[in-house]
Design a binder for this molecule. Structure first.
Ligand code: MF3
Ligand code: CO
Ligand code: CO
Length: 288
């Protein structure tokens, strides 16, 4: 194909000079499309359009968790919770991200008492005194929103309630570290310091993660660590913070199903998770 000069007649037949007709449009179109989103250390900096899509998915995730608040009571099964999550998700035109993710067989994770994470919904009936994490991730219009909450069943022991409360405080203190210029180590340090000050331990084997375009993106967001270490937070990074805190030691075991993760010492474990975005001045909790 031959190249038109600026003063040649435009190819469109308008009779105008190329420079005052289609030149600009052609140059725009010829600009090579971005092969991938801009990144820092492999961490995707989301565009405003991507943020809008992730925000909508995160809001749906939060709404689905809201619908569980009054429904989760003693006597129901974790399979029933799975059905509620699945149906609420597809009713809104979204897809439950866990289903078939690396072979995961259900649409949500239900982790009971000594389960740390990735519990598989089944016929287990909730009993008075149980503590339960339900982890919901939606894919809405291709964008991921990831959040989990704890549910207390009936009369829960003082010690279990303290674990659940402190774990929520750990999440909130991690979120409070999210602002441009801070580092990922600041988040982990705040969480670890708070958990250990209450005699609890921070699970090492699972971490938070970048999220939004994929279920799990860089970076790993550890819930332990040192201040002033790790990648620097920049506006429009989107990631989860999801501390798993054990009443006993931090070590875990994965059961033969390849998913269910329990505390090695059989102690109780709690987890809360939000998807957050770094803003120009601080943080937006997308799954609030
Ligand atoms: N939602 C979990 C997380 O917070 C991941 C679950 S993976 C699954 O990262 F396959 F178990 F669903
Ligand atoms: Co997550
Ligand atoms: Co999750």
């Amino acid at each position: 194909m031959c190249k038109l000069s600026r003063n040649d007649p435009c190819w469109c037949g308008s009779g105008k000079k190329y420079k005052s007709c289609h030149l600009k449009q052609d140059l725009m179109r010829r600009r090579t499309p971005r092969k991938s989103a801009p990144q820092r250390n492999g961490i995707i900096i989301k565009t405003d359009a991507q943020v809008a899509g992730i925000r909508a998915s995160c809001q749906l995730t939060s709404e689905i968790l809201d619908t569980l608040e009054t429904r989760i009571v003693a006597g129901i099964t974790t399979d029933q919770i799975n059905t509620w999550v699945h149906e609420a998700t597809v009713a809104r035109g979204a897809v439950p991200a866990p289903l078939n993710y690396r072979g995961f067989p259900k649409s949500t994770c239900t982790s009971l008492n000594e389960m740390v994470c990735h519990g598989i919904p089944d016929g287990t009936r909730l009993q008075d005194g149980d503590i339960l994490n339900v982890d919901v991730t939606c894919i809405l219009a291709g964008y991921y929103g990831d959040s989990s909450r704890m549910f207390l069943i009936g009369n829960v022991s003082e010690e279990a309630r303290r674990l659940v409360t402190v774990t929520k405080e750990c999440l909130d203190m991690g979120i409070a570290q999210v602002q441009p210029g801070n580092q990922f180590g600041d988040i982990g340090h705040a969480i670890q310091t708070h958990a250990e000050s209450h005699g609890f331990s921070v699970v090492r084997a699972f971490v938070g993660h970048g999220v939004g375009i994929q279920f799990h993106e860089p970076p790993n967001v550890t819930h332990y660590g040192h201040r002033h270490t790790g990648p620097i937070l920049e506006p429009n990074m989107v990631f989860t913070i999801e501390p798993m805190i054990n009443a006993g030691a931090y070590q875990v075991k994965i059961l033969d199903d390849g998913w269910t993760t329990i505390t090695a010492d059989g102690s109780l474990s709690a987890q809360w998770e939000h998807t957050v975005r770094v803003t120009e001045s601080g943080v937006e909790v997308l799954t609030a």
